[in-house]
Design a protein around this ligand. Structure first.
Ligand code: ADP
Length: 437
């Protein structure tokens, strides 16, 4: 089927052809063929130019191109442009409707949403951002978020441009409102900042922490009393009860240890500030080696390897307790005759303290859960060897407050390596170098 444009072309060509014949006939009748054709050509050209001029005016004016009722090429081109214009404005209207729907959805979100441009200036924000971050419309549009949320932690985090969330940021509107903030990058480094009010969750978490700390604290005194009385009973006073008394002593000691470990965990969880001390790795490795030897009663080969010059900066007591937990586990879960290696490696980029044993190892499905409280691969084995199930949990928390993490590699019947991975911020140049410079 011929298109509208080719039909219009044909109709224009017929009309032009008919006019040409009229011009030829008139020229022949008047004996002025050349003049007649000249008049025809000039008129055709003038009409063409006039239509072109009008069409150009129509296109440059901001008005919609009107419909044309004629059947010529120019009429058809005008109608074609009109149809295209209408389709484009329908598309625009549909896109605007969608954009408004998205904005309405984002505006209705309970989380604060702030759209940031390439320079991290505010482009748009929803009403929750007004309530949680104190942003005001329209004066804050185009401003820098760091001028409005004036917390150094927030500015550092935003500068890092990281995908990791910023936890527990106080709202600039109300200190009691705690926020969890995320930066979501999209199209060409633009970003959406999403801040969620996590105060109710934090309050619940605080209630849980207080509960565990209070229960542990309340249990401490009665346990000390029971423990004290049990220790006062001489073994030969009641020989027939000796096995029972022995068991009671073991269990009360275990309960005391559990309570002490729970209190340590509560203290670590509540700890915001870290007392930074210089920890010499040479002395620390030596102390750990002595502890392992005492615990092993000479049944294991204990090796220390100092492969880095740096010292650590952190809480000496907490780091010692964390490393000591790893060493104790290595001795407890490695059969007699096994080898335990304590290794310190460091360079300017970071450091690793690892404890490797040739013990029973851990099946891979247990590894992700080992640092959970009271998680044990074998409950009976852990109890037999005096474990509370809280050791690795304490290690994880101590490392967390030192911005470090625990890496666990293990193969059943071959052995395990527990590595504490530190980044450069807690490393110190060796004391001898500092003194000589
Ligand atoms: P526990 O007091 O039971 O040792 P931990 O939190 O220290 O508690 O360890 C959790 C569990 O991880 C242990 O019960 C044990 O099953 C496993 N585990 C820890 N260290 C080792 C190791 N070096 N070799 C094998 N298993 C280990």
């Amino acid at each position: 089927m011929p298109s509208r444009l080719s039909r219009a072309w044909r109709s224009s060509a017929w009309r032009m052809g008919a006019l040409f014949l009229v011009a030829v006939a008139a020229g022949a009748w008047l004996h002025a063929l050349l003049e007649s054709l000249l008049v025809f050509a000039t008129a055709a050209l003038a009409i063409g130019l006039f239509r072109l001029l009008r069409f150009g005016e129509l296109l440059t004016s901001r008005r919609r191109v009107p419909a044309s009722n004629g059947h010529g090429v120019w009429d058809e081109i005008q109608n074609l442009v009109r149809r295209r214009q209408r389709a484009a404005s329908d598309d625009k209207r549909r896109l605007l409707r969608q954009l408004h729907a998205f904005r309405d959805a984002a505006a209705a979100m309970p989380d604060a949403v702030v759209a940031l441009d390439l320079d991290r200036r505010i482009q748009w924000f929803n009403s929750a951002a007004g309530q949680l971050l104190g942003l005001k419309y329209p004066q804050d549009i185009g401003g820098h978020l760091t001028n409005l949320v004036r917390a150094p932690r927030f500015a550092d985090w935003l500068r890092l441009d990281t995908v990791d969330a910023l936890a527990d940021l106080a709202s600039p509107v109300d200190e009691a409102v705690r926020l969890n903030v995320r930066l979501i990058r999209y199209a060409e480094n633009r970003a959406l900042l999403v801040a969620r009010d996590v105060s109710p969750l934090m309050r619940l978490e605080q209630v849980r922490r207080d509960f565990v700390a209070n229960v542990s604290h309340e249990l401490r005194t009665p346990l000390t009393v029971v423990h004290g009385y049990l220790d006062m009973i001489e073994p030969d006073q009641f020989p027939e009860y000796e096995p029972i008394l022995h068991e009671l002593r073991i269990q009360s000691r275990r309960m005391t240890q559990i309570v002490e470990d729970l209190l340590t965990l509560s203290r670590l969880e509540a700890q915001n500030e870290l007392l930074l001390e210089r920890i010499s790795l040479r002395s620390l490795l030596e102390a750990l080696r002595r502890e392992a030897t005492a615990l092993s009663h000479g049944q294991h080969e204990i090796i220390t390897e100092l492969l880095g010059p740096h010292d650590l900066s952190g809480s000496a007591k907490d780091l010692h307790s964390a490393f000591s937990n790893l060493v104790t586990n290595a001795v407890r879960y490695t059969p007699a005759g096994g080898r335990i290696t304590l290794r310190w490696e460091s360079d300017s980029g970071g450091a690793r303290l690892s404890v490797t044993d040739t013990g029973q190892g851990i099946p891979s499905q247990h590894i992700p859960r080992l640092t959970e409280r009271f998680y044990r691969v074998s409950t009976s084995r852990s109890r037999e060897s005096g474990g509370t199930g809280l050791g690795l949990s304490i290690v994880k928390h101590v490392l967390q407050i030192h911005h470090a993490h625990l890496d666990i590699r293990s193969e059943p019947n071959i052995g395990s390596t527990f590595t504490c991975v530190f980044d450069a911020r807690h490393l110190l140049e060796p004391a001898s170098l500092v003194a000589s410079s």
